[in-house]
Write a protein that binds this ligand. Structure first.
Ligand SMILES: Nc1nc2c(c(=O)[nH]1)N[C@H]1C(S)=C(S)[C@@H](COP(=O)(O)O)O[C@H]1N2
Ligand SMILES: [Mo]
Length: 253
């Protein structure tokens, strides 16, 4: 406790000094020291990506919660961003109510597994009314129910080297988060939205709902979660499909 505070104070001082001066190298050094280098630390925005991510992780308690709302605050209208996957596999799964779908969980885990929708629905469920904020400038409040990702991670047993959870979807979307957000209590594998089964548009059969990151990190139509110690060999190594289009890897809100 005391160590944590001392450490936080030290780091705050370091970051504050750096923010004022031109010494982004100091942040990089601090970030490196605490293993807080985001996958997209190179390029023009690299130093500021590192600054944002390292500052958030060092200064904000890891269990801090996104704001939750009352039922009366649920938005009347919830936009759908994009179309459901337009491929034969998705059409077939959707037509069969996803009985043939499975969520694969593998990588740095002691018991690689796959789960059917029914199995996931039988696990303890959690509901949360939170805001979904799209980087395009719109947002809506909705209630999501599902199984906390932490429950599934405990079932498969995450190995100590784990650094990121990578999510793959039935379209060409993929994204990753660090293990702080993976274990976070508001990180949900959601199958219900506002008390009803997820529509295809909102991500059937299962979507990720992260409380503390922008909408594009909350993958719809999930098919696989892979736990890794590095994302450098996945795609262009930037941590996600959106990052390859120039978005931030860390999209904390
Ligand atoms: N698989 C997949 N997940 C995705 C996307 C996508 O195109 N494919 N779009 C993202 C974006 S940009 C946002 S804002 C939210 C929107 O969720 P909604 O369509 O349920 O409102 O989903 C995210 N998850
Ligand atoms: Mo978005």
């Amino acid at each position: 406790m005391r160590d944590g505070l001392t450490r936080r104070k030290l780091i705050t001082t370091g970051l504050a000094a750096t923010a004022g001066a031109s010494g982004l190298g100091v942040v990089a050094a601090l970030a490196r020291r605490y293993g807080l280098i985001p996958p997209n630390h190179r390029g023009i925005f690299g130093p500021s990506e590192t600054l944002t991510y390292a500052a958030q992780r060092l200064l904000i308690p890891r269990h801090s919660l996104a704001r939750e709302f009352n039922r009366s605050e649920i938005s009347k209208f919830a936009p759908v961003n994009g179309n459901p996957p337009d491929n034969e596999n998705y059409h077939r799964l959707l037509a069969g109510d996803f009985v043939d779908w499975r969520l694969v969980v593998n990588g740095l885990v002691t018991r690689p597994s796959s789960f059917s929708l029914l199995e996931l629905k039988r696990f303890p469920s959690h509901s949360q009314i939170i805001n979904l904020v799209c980087e395009q400038g719109w947002s809506y409040i909705a209630e999501w129910s599902g199984v906390p990702l932490s429950y599934v991670l405990n079932l498969v047993g995450v190995r100590p080297e784990a650094k990121y959870a990578v999510f793959f979807a039935l379209d060409d979307w993929w994204e990753s988060v660090d293990m702080v957000d993976a274990w976070h209590s508001q990180t949900l594998l959601a199958y219900d939205m506002n008390g009803q089964g997820l529509s295809a548009g909102h991500g059937a059969p299962i979507r990720l709902r992260l409380g503390r990151e922008l909408g594009y990190k909350s993958g719809k139509f999930l098919s696989r979660i892979t736990i890794v110690d590095s994302v450098k060999n996945i795609g262009k190594g930037l941590g996600g499909a959106n990052e390859e289009d120039g978005y931030s890897w860390y999209a904390g809100i």
